[in-house]
Design a protein. Structure first.
Length: 132
């Protein structure tokens, strides 16, 4: 069994009860396909970079689950025919990075920043330009 994450953007026009139904449908599909739902993150309503199905906003959810290719195929098929789903993406997570409670996003935040230029560097460049 492998670890997966499914990112889903639902229509922003959904009410709270409709949104709960959509989330429960996804969890139900995972269970019916013999997968195990391990967690859900709700990122809330966000502006889209470009319109999807004539909508400028979407409600983002991330579902974590374990299972095989059949679960991924079942989710893909069900989300494709769901008119309230604007976009979705199934990702297989690297087993070495997945631990209990670890967030994929927190790993990106731990990346070292690129060194910033100091004022001394810019003065040296200005002096070199002036000499030329």
């Amino acid at each position: 069994m492998r670890n997966y994450e499914t990112a889903v953007i639902f229509s922003a026009s959904l009410s709270e009860s409709e949104l709960e139904q959509e989330v429960s449908k996804v969890v139900e599909v995972i269970g019916k396909a013999k997968g195990t739902h391990t967690g859900t993150q709700h990122w809330g309503r966000r502006m889209l970079t470009f319109p999807l199905k004539k909508q400028n906003e979407g409600i983002y959810f991330f579902f974590r689950w374990t299972g095989g290719e059949e679960v991924s195929a079942a989710l893909d098929w069900n989300l494709k025919i769901d008119e309230n789903c604007l976009r979705h993406l199934n990702l297989r997570l690297d087993d070495s990075r997945v631990t209990a409670g670890e967030d994929r996003i927190s790993d990106e935040a731990a990346m070292p920043e690129e060194p910033a230029f100091t004022d001394d560097d810019s003065e040296d460049e200005a002096e070199q330009d002036a000499e030329e």
